[in-house]
Design a protein around this ligand. Structure first.
Ligand code: PLP
Length: 433
């Protein structure tokens, strides 16, 4: 990115000044953005079975869409097309509380599994904004933020944008479970925040009770905040139950839980999520929320409040579909020689390309060109160690960090998944040398 404008142009007028230092630093460290954008365009071409970006190709909640449409078109509901309070539409905040209190058995006045009320909710523009404003509120220059590697790339980029230092803890296959000793070793006097994500993107690990207790012990011992990204909370497989770190003893007060209607209702384009925490922590993140988006779209908030009350499609259909897709795809990839981590939850399945003698990016390109199946290579989710590099997700030299991992989105219709599997089975992979 060149934005070092000279002082004047050939016509003698003053040149446009360069972008800010912070922005230019982001450009120079964001090296996977180009790979991501290229793969998105290629995966979206006609005829490609797109298991790349994690958006559903089935329709999102019908109840939500109909209620939002009514709010937009019915004269009697016209006020739902104006601003809501920055913290969100009252009916949505109430519906969110009712949902969590019921779904997780939260009780008023309890020391753990404490019930939430509307003062514990801020509706955000997707979990992405929720993460952004929460990191702004909790960390800044001089602070360290611990996150897992691989992980959702926004953790690293947002940490950098707020001026804090990302500290990476490696997850190891095949199960990609966190190692508490490694987490504890990463903690320093500068550590302020621990970012958790369960079910995990991309690896599909769901934290166990023992792991939750381990995180809680560390957060309390070292006085850390926790940002818990639980956007895939309703999609767990094989009887695994989603656990919330905020429900551990002493954790409610130091946790911001980030959630999303993108995933809960398969409405990624609506850009609605919510942050759950104490009024004190929410007041902190509201400083940033109020000055960025101000509030999430009102008619869509209304649609979600109606769908949450109706529990439309949350609990059974989608998790069953996604779990079935994971089994179908996992079998096909195993037959082709990939090493598979069967996910415990979430919208993704990861495959190790090592047995095939291929790197991730190389293999993603083969799948795209030979089988016309779009996937995302591991390079997108692996961060370089900031101590050894400029800290950008994926690393400066890109391909140097090309880990042997592929991520397949499995939040797709059954027929999409069957077609992808048929193509993968028919594909001829190069002989391992
Ligand atoms: C782990 C994780 N967190 C947050 C998000 C962002 O969600 P939203 O669409 O609500 O911004 C995603 C989106 O894919 C995700 O995978």
């Amino acid at each position: 990115m060149s934005n070092t404008a000279s002082s004047s142009t050939s016509s003698g007028t003053a040149a446009v000044p360069p972008l800010s230092h912070t922005t230019l630093a982001e450009f120079s460290s964001d090296t996977v953005g180009a790979i991501w954008n290229e793969l998105l365009v290629l995966s979206g071409q006609p005829g490609v079975c797109n298991l790349g970006q994690g958006f559903p190709d089935y329709a999102g909640s019908r109840v939500a869409r109909e209620a939002a449409a009514a709010a937009m078109t019915k004269p009697a509901m016209s006020e739902l097309n104006q601003y809501t309070l920055p913290s969100g539409l009252g009916s949505l905040k109430s519906a969110i509380c009712a949902y969590y209190n019921k779904c997780y058995g939260l009780q008023e006045g309890a020391s753990r599994k404490r019930a939430i009320s509307p003062e514990n909710v801020v509706v955000t523009v997707g979990a992405t904004e929720g993460l952004f404003v929460t990191l702004h509120a909790l960390a800044g220059p001089g602070d360290e933020v611990i996150m897992f590697n691989p992980g959702f790339p926004w953790y690293l980029n947002t940490t950098r944008i707020v001026g804090a230092t990302p500290v990476l803890v490696e997850l190891h296959g095949p199960d990609f479970a966190p190692d508490m000793e490694e987490v504890e070793k990463a903690i320093t006097p500068k550590t302020r925040v621990l970012i958790l994500n369960s079910p995990h993107n991309p690896c599909g690990h769901c934290y166990t009770k023992k792991e939750m207790e381990g995180f809680a012990r560390l957060a309390l011992k070292y006085n850390l905040f926790v940002i818990s990204d639980e956007v895939y909370e309703n999609v767990t497989f094989g009887g695994v139950k989603h656990l919330r770190i905020a429900d551990e003893e002493g954790m409610f007060e130091r946790t911001v839980t980030v959630c999303s209607a993108s995933k809960l209702f398969s409405l990624t384009g609506w850009r609605i999520g919510w942050a759950l925490s104490t009024p004190e922590l929410l007041e902190g993140l509201s400083v940033y929320h109020g000055n960025t988006s101000y509030c999430a779209p009102s008619p869509l908030q209304h649609g979600l409040s109606v769908a949450l009350e109706a529990e439309d499609g949350l609990f059974e259909d989608i998790p069953k579909l996604v779990e079935g897709n994971a089994l179908l795809l996992g079998d096909a990839l195993r037959e082709k020689g990939f090493a598979i981590t069967q996910p415990q939850g979430g919208h993704f399945l990861v495959a190790d390309t090592t047995p095939l003698g291929l790197k991730g990016l190389e293999c993603a390109k083969l799948l795209l060109t030979q089988a016309k199946v779009g996937v995302v290579p591991g390079i997108i989710f692996y961060f370089d160690d900031p101590k050894n590099s400029n800290g950008g997700a994926g690393g400066k030299e890109g391909a140097d960090n090309d880990r042997p991992l592929l991520r397949f989105a499995i939040c797709k219709r059954r027929d999409t998944m069957e077609e992808a599997v048929r193509r993968i089975r028919a594909m001829v992979l190069p002989a391992k040398n």
